[in-house]
Design a protein around this ligand. Structure first.
Ligand SMILES: Cc1cc2nc3c(=O)[nH]c(=O)nc-3n(C[C@H](O)[C@H](O)[C@H](O)COP(=O)(O)OP(=O)(O)OC[C@H]3O[C@@H](n4cnc5c(N)ncnc54)[C@H](O)[C@@H]3O)c2cc1C
Length: 245
């Protein structure tokens, strides 16, 4: 139901890393029962500051089943210096009210894939893949090989590692672009997300790559993947462009 308009309260703020917060929003009882989303979609948070309305988009980080059980929607917010939403949620106490529009977006999973599935994201761009975890299990049970490739500058910026590290049925790689030493036992690799694609033995006829997060990373990855022969329909993307208002 795209375009739904929900009243929500900030329930809890957790620190995922030094510069990343996880915000949990609780919906009212009526919205809990009527609201649905598909893993991979995003919400638009709407809030007023000094009489001005601001709108900021965030991927949903928890699973649809978790939402049904708790009535809460989680997002991961990367704090930006001087940012309006960053400043608000950095200090916001539990209980503040705001509106949420959504769900939006098509970075969602079909029921089957012809080849392997690569889910690549930088920073909080990993959040929608966390929401997909139960579906990833179903896909791997059907024979799809799934690899999650996460990109951060430094090790301490990594988020949701525990959620993916414990999944025996997927492969995952953490790319660290500014660490001088990486620990391969922890699935760490030096460099950027796109540096991993050649090692994944991509089949340009069948494989599908999802890209989420930093717009420059996505443009670089798309150029690389097109060069390797993947067609546009084999590349799905969600760019975290700044709304600027
Ligand atoms: C579909 C979609 C989904 C998104 N999902 C997420 C998500 O799950 N998690 C998330 O953290 N963000 C996400 N974003 C980005 C988010 O909507 C905001 O743009 C971001 O949180 C910055 O908002 P702000 O109000 O704090 O900063 P703003 O007030 O918008 O920006 C303040 C200043 O910081 C600069 N700036 C803004 N963002 C960044 C940045 N990331 N790095 C460097 N400089 C920046 C701006 O150019 C501006 O000069 C998403 C964006 C889209 C379009």
């Amino acid at each position: 139901m795209p375009g739904s308009f929900l009243s929500a309260k900030l329930y809890k703020t957790e620190q995922l890393s030094a510069n990343t917060l996880q915000l949990s929003f609780e919906l009212g009882q009526d919205d809990r029962t009527s609201f649905n989303f598909i893993a991979g979609q995003f919400l638009q948070l709407q809030f007023e500051l000094d009489g001005e309305l601001y709108k900021r988009s965030y991927s949903i980080a928890n699973t649809p089943d978790d939402f049904k059980a708790t009535g809460q929607l989680q997002v991961a917010l990367s704090l930006v210096s001087g940012g309006v939403a960053s400043g608000l949620f950095h200090k916001a106490p539990p209980g503040i009210e705001l509106n949420i529009a959504g769900p939006f977006g098509v970075l969602t999973l079909p029921e089957t894939f012809p080849g392997q599935l690569i889910l690549a994201g930088t920073g909080t761009g990993i959040a929608p893949y966390r929401s997909m975890i139960p579906q990833l299990k179903t896909l791997t049970d059907k024979g799809t090989a799934v690899t999650v490739v996460k990109g951060f500058r430094y090790r301490e910026e990594s988020i949701y590692s525990g959620d993916f590290a414990q999944l025996s049925y997927i492969k995952y790689r953490t790319c660290l672009s500014r660490e001088s030493n990486v620990n391969s036992a922890d699935h760490e690799y030096a460099g950027h997300v796109q540096d991993q694609f050649d090692a994944l033995d991509l089949n340009p006829e069948k494989d599908v790559v999802y890209l989420c997060g930093n717009p420059n990373m996505i443009d670089d990855c798309v150029a690389f993947l097109r060069d390797r022969g993947l067609s546009p329909r084999q590349i799905k993307r969600e760019k975290y462009v700044y709304s600027g208002h």
